[in-house]
Design a protein around this ligand. Sequence first.
Ligand code: SF4
Ligand code: SF4
Length: 341
Amino acid sequence: MAKKLTVVISQGQSKNPKQRALEEEVAARLIMDRDVEVSIVPHLYDMGPDHTGLLFLRGVSGPLVVLSWIYPRAARWVLDRQGVKGREGISYLRGEDEDFDPEEQPELQGIGAADTPNRKLYCIDFRVEPTAQPYIDEIKRIVRDHSEQVVDLMSWIGGEPQPQQLERYLAQPPAEEGALPILPNPQDAEPPKRRWYPVIDYDRCTNCMECIDFCLFGVYGVDTLDRILVEAQDNCKKGCPACSRVCPENAIMFPQHKTPAIAGAEGEVAGLKIDLTQLFGGGNGKDALEMAIAERDAELVNDGRDAVGATVGIPRRQTQTAQQAKDELDDLMDGLDALDF
Ligand code: SF4
Ligand code: SF4
């Protein structure tokens, strides 16, 4: 008997009726599917570590599909930080502007996630299609992929199931027709308060520690392996994205920021990876470092502290980065010239 695929719908932050209607239609159609177990939780980014929605997500042991209203890269690393871990499952459902080839995955330069179990975690962006059908089709494709992998149980428990693991795995009843999707706890029906904090992509992060030097609000720390960590999420200043502009690897995301590169978009133009924010900052004539310094100073002053300008925690590699960004732009222009549009 194949394990059912767990699909979790993470609700949008607003009560936008179109968003809610899409969430509800996808949930209602999946609840009828005997290969899928569907649940609804509040917005991923807003749930605190003890929220029952996250406790529920941490309890899912097999492959997991999460549909949410943020970029998939951001969703994956929000989940990882909250202890919902897995290897990246490739979804074919992408935005039209995303240059995606499943055969050509980028080489990862970062330190990678820690303690990742051998199960797949698929993150899908609810913003790429306005109707339910493409999401249903993609989930069915993932179900098919997993049912072809007859070794899934053995792989996610290392080939040696304990009797109680086997029992739990096999004892999942099919969904009752017409049953409602599960909210992990009815007390959590009220959405949690909106939050704002950085999310690190460890596939990009090289552990250079420039963010911990730059942030003067005690947001960052290190774990027991001396890996950078967003330790005190709620110390971050609402609306401040400053450290994402100084990270040399573009590894820091703010999933609710209006700039796609900062919010977790993959950042490719015609297949050539470049982050134009490195060069242009916010498009107001300032470069990224100037903007970051101004943003940090504004938050210091709001806190009743003195602005420090460029005298504290300026990343060592910024001068090189500016030149590198210019070189990347030259490469991009050369690459675009070479394309036969
Ligand atoms: S600045 Fe970026 S690459 Fe360096 S430790 Fe922080 S997140 Fe990682
Ligand atoms: S955005 Fe600002 S306050 Fe938040 S972690 Fe980065 S530098 Fe610190």
